[in-house]
Design a protein. Structure first.
Length: 877
RNA sequence: GGGUGUUUAGCUCAGUUGGUUUAGAGCGCCUCGUUUACACCGAGGAGGUCAGGGGUUCGACUCCCUUAACACCCACCA
């Protein structure tokens, strides 16, 4: 074995061997215990980022753990076509080649998208493998493959037939860069610094004017009214009159509407019904004209007048302000911060516009679902505990989102995606929804038919992922649907709770009447050391594959798991990864010692494997250290199992880290090395084997590697460690006494800066056998030459220094009197003990404490009190 | 405007249902160390009024209220 572990040498081959031996496929068991989880399909737009890496680490831990606990376990992989996101990156690529999307036919562009997705699909899959993700690749899916598409069309058709999908003209969010609508969730609101412009709107045939405040003067070309509050005395007389729109000179009605508040702006509001959701409502109510002033690119159109037609929004704003100023119609400008909607894919300013789109009605009652609406179905899934969200606080978020939910706009004006299964008869206007290509109008028999050009929201298809991957609706997956749906668990980042999780619940509750999974575990986002979200634009991102190259997949995985908690962000930085690389190397060296130097497995016969793997006969253990390590191991097995079952992966990982490095390496193995120690090979083997098993979900590569140095089977398919029933409960206490004594002696030697071996005198007491039985351990680990036992403190003790630890008093022979050097240290210790004694005294003197605290606690305090007093005495006298 | 989270050692974070001698870890820092598993190491150490203020309790890092700072989510406020 090499002196340091070189992950690169082994990881790839280990993964290949797992895959080749079909360990990732569900393995049936007698109990019919199933566990299923789907991989949140990564977008095929780019490479794997740390968020993906964290997701794979977490899911892989769970899946390996379940497998080892003999669940029939399915972890199903796939990728997402990521409609707008992919179209954007492909467009960018075309731009580099000096091509525009318009230069290509629809089919040509789709071909380009496929080219892109294939390339990145391969990249992503290989990267997931690099991370060690043990997914069943034989079941891999793509959201736009044949079966998944079939599911999408089936879903659409059923919803349409139930009247849940409709087409209508509504105000929607328009991204002028993506040239498409966005759903409400796809708009990110950002606060920006802008100006509040106060503009004079003159009253027709009068000297009067109204003062209007707006942040977006360029929308004034779309104004068709001015509204004031009916309660506003200031503007009472203006209601019913006509105002003149500056620049264009168009006439505007002045109307009264409850919506207008008195204390915002000037209390007079310009109404732009075609470009503001509120104005839209007011416009409908008052029968106002809807004037669309923007084209698809977000530039002004002919309705803005000849001077402004074709201008960009920002450009037009400046020009308008200048013009108003010149005409004396700009009264003042104030700086203000306000929120604007931006596209979540390209960050462009979203323009609210009216257009004909397809929507999912979330409020319509559904006959087959007890007359509940989609909204109600989604709500009840969590309310009735069909689904448990971990951590629980996100349930509140979920409910809040549902309460604010409006009809879901699902049509997109982009090319890449599932095309709407909607056909129009150009002769009679009939709308036909069909999964098959329609060639003839069913009402007028015309052959003049055209399919809708729009595609579906990418989340419309990912909503079906938990079951479209299991063979719904065309049953191409055998028993999968029956066995693995609903999924046992859904694991994903909290940032897509609404986009994805909620939509999956919607789809499943609608189609089947039940939830798509039983539990939802949400992890946090990966941030840098300053808690800033990693992103390309900030340049603070760490490439996980790069880190794997440098430190190994196991180290990267552990750095993403250790010290993290459910739902909270994960701060990652290279030093942290380095720390876990060191741990992996430590593990390697522990085994190097055990294999290369101690050779404890050399005499193991094949038929003894079972014993090594599972239970160990603990009846005849003699030495304290052996009793202690097996007791510790037992506790660790119990704790780690519990933590994983409760989704506390960070804590589970920390427990193992401590156990391996401190208890096992620094204490047990150091003791094992001693010449006179009664080496218990069998026990060492047992502990070793169990450590590999416990660590396997967290660091699968090195553990598998080390396992195969001993066994000719695979760790990945071994069973999770079982608990020993009878353990040596007392051993922990006794061993801690040893540890304390050793530490105290080491500490004292350090204080007086002596490195050579010293003699020591032990004052005998009732527990002295603990010392006598473990003489060699104390001697070696604390660097002693000779240990002697004394019944009382000798007269001439000048060459010695007193050491007090647990209830033992020792005298370390330093050959000279050097009390001064450590006097300070001793004083400090005394002070701390005295303080503690005082605290306990206060407690014990408190009548209420004696009266109300449980007896157990009181006794503990009393014990503590006695112990500390005794110790203090020993130090002082 | 509504909601959620965070605030613990110089830095990054753990801390299970309130009671574990002196509140933990890693990194960093200091002092030692060429003991043949490991310097990606070993031994030891310094460093904390657990954000501030109230309250509940015999007892609060932990539960309740409140203040502050920061982060995030949601909301149509001109």
């Amino acid at each position: 074995m090499d002196k340091t572990y070189e992950s690169k040498k082994y990881e790839k081959n280990i993964y290949l061997s797992w895959e080749k031996n079909n360990f990732f496929k569900p393995k049936s068991n007698e109990n019919n215990d199933f566990f299923s989880i789907i991989l949140p399909p990564p977008n095929v737009t780019g490479a794997l980022h740390l968020g993906h890496a964290a997701m794979i680490a977490i899911e892989d831990i769970i899946v390996r753990f379940k497998r080892m606990n003999s669940f029939e376990t399915l972890w199903l992989p796939g990728t997402d076509h990521a409609a707008i996101a992919t179209q954007n990156v492909v467009e960018k690529k075309l731009k580099l080649e000096n091509k525009k999307i318009k230069d290509l036919t629809r089919d040509e562009f789709i071909k380009e998208c496929y080219k892109w997705t294939e390339e990145y699909h391969d990249k992503i899959v290989s990267q997931i493998k690099v991370m060690g993700g043990s997914l069943d690749w034989s079941r891999e899916r793509f959201t736009m493959d044949e079966h998944s598409s079939k599911a999408v069309y089936e879903f659409f058709e059923r919803m349409y037939n139930d009247g849940l999908i409709y087409k209508g003209a509504r105000m929607v969010n328009w991204c002028p860069r993506c040239m498409s609508t966005l759903s409400d969730d796809e708009v990110e609101h950002k606060n920006i610094k802008g100006n509040f412009y106060y503009i004079k709107y003159k009253i027709k045939d009068s000297e009067d004017f109204l003062e209007i405040a707006t942040t977006r003067p360029e929308t004034m070309f779309g104004d068709t009214a001015i509204a004031v509050s009916p309660k506003d005395d200031r503007y009472k007389d203006f209601i019913g009159k006509t105002a003149i729109l500056p620049i264009l000179g168009r006439e505007l009605k002045i109307i009264a509407d409850e919506y207008v508040s008195l204390d915002i702006g000037t209390g007079a509001l310009k109404i732009t019904p075609a470009h503001d959701p509120n104005d839209y409502e007011i416009g409908k109510k008052h029968n106002l004209e809807f004037i669309n002033i923007f084209d698809k690119n977000g530039n002004l159109n002919e309705n803005a007048g000849r001077d402004f037609k074709g201008m960009q929004r920002e450009e037009a704003r400046e020009k308008i302000i200048k013009l108003l100023e010149k005409n004396g119609d700009l009264l003042k400008t104030e700086k203000m911060e306000h929120s604007v909607g931006t596209c979540y894919r390209c960050s462009s300013l979203v323009e609210p516009s009216i257009s004909e789109q397809w929507f999912v009605d979330v409020n319509k009652k559904i006959k087959n679902r007890e007359n509940k609406s989609l909204k109600e179905l989604m709500k009840e899934a969590v309310e009735n505990k069909e689904i448990e969200i971990i951590p629980k606080r996100f349930e509140k978020n979920y409910f809040m989102w549902i309460d604010n939910l409006k009809d879901w706009c699902i049509s997109r004006q982009i090319i890449w995606g599932h095309r709407l299964p909607v056909y129009y008869c150009l002769d009679c206007g009939e709308i036909i929804v069909s999964q098959e290509k329609v060639k003839e109008c069913k009402s007028c028999k015309s052959k003049n038919i055209k399919q809708d050009k729009d595609t579906l929201d990418t989340w419309f298809s990912s909503a079906l992922w938990p079951f479209s991957t299991m063979g719904w609706p065309d049953n191409d997956r055998g028993l999968d649907f029956e066995k693995f749906f609903p999924n046992t668990l859904l694991e994903t980042g909290y940032d897509i709770l609404f986009f994805w999780v909620a939509r999956m619940i919607l789809a499943s509750k609608y189609l089947f009447g039940f939830s798509p999974f039983k539990k939802v575990y949400l992890h946090g986002l990966v941030c840098d050391k300053n808690s800033k979200k990693m992103s390309k634009s900030k340049g603070n991102g760490i490439d996980p594959i790069n880190m794997v190259e440098k430190y190994g997949a196991d180290a990267v995985r552990m750095s993403l798991i250790s010290g993290t908690t459910p739902g909270n962000n994960i701060n990652l930085y290279e030093e942290k990864i380095e720390g876990y690389r060191n741990f992996i190397n430590k593990l390697w060296n522990i085994f190097r010692f055990i294999y290369d130097f101690e050779n404890i497995f050399s005499d193991v016969k094949i038929n003894e494997m079972d014993k090594l793997e599972n239970t160990y006969d603990i009846e005849n253990i003699e030495s304290l250290a052996d009793k202690w390590i097996i007791t510790r191991l037992n506790n660790v097995i119990s704790q780690v199992t519990k933590k994983i079952n409760n989704y506390k992966f960070g804590e589970a990982s920390d427990i193992l880290y401590d156990f391996v490095w401190k208890d096992f390496a620094s204490w047990y193995i150091e003791i094992y090395k001693l010449d006179n120690y009664l080496n218990n090979k069998e026990l060492l083997r047992y502990v070793t084997v169990n450590i590999l098993k416990l660590l396997h979900p967290f660091s699968p590569f090195i553990t598998e590697n080390l396992w195969q140095n001993i066994f000719n089977n695979y760790l990945i398919s071994s069973s999770w460690p079982s608990l020993n029933k009878n353990i040596y409960k007392e051993s922990e206490k006794d061993f801690n006494i040893l540890k304390n004594i050793i530490s105290s002696i080491r500490n004292t030697k350090n204080q007086i800066k002596i490195n050579k071996k010293l003699n020591i005198l032990f004052l005998e007491n009732k527990d002295i056998n603990t010392i006598k039985d473990n003489l060699e351990i104390i001697k070696s680990l604390s660097g002693l030459e000779k240990i002697e036992f004394i019944k009382s403190i000798p007269e001439n003790i000048n060459d010695y220094i007193k050491v007090v630890s647990s209830n033992f008093v020792m005298f370390l022979e330093i050959g000279f009197s050097d009390i001064e050097k450590i006097k300070k240290e001793r004083e400090k210790e005394i002070k701390i003990i005295k303080n503690s004694i005082k605290n306990i005294e206060n407690k014990l003197n408190n009548k209420n404490f004696i009266l109300k605290a449980p007896e157990e606690i009181i006794n503990k305090e009393k014990e503590k009190y006695n112990y500390l007093n005794e110790k203090l005495n020993k130090i002082l006298n």
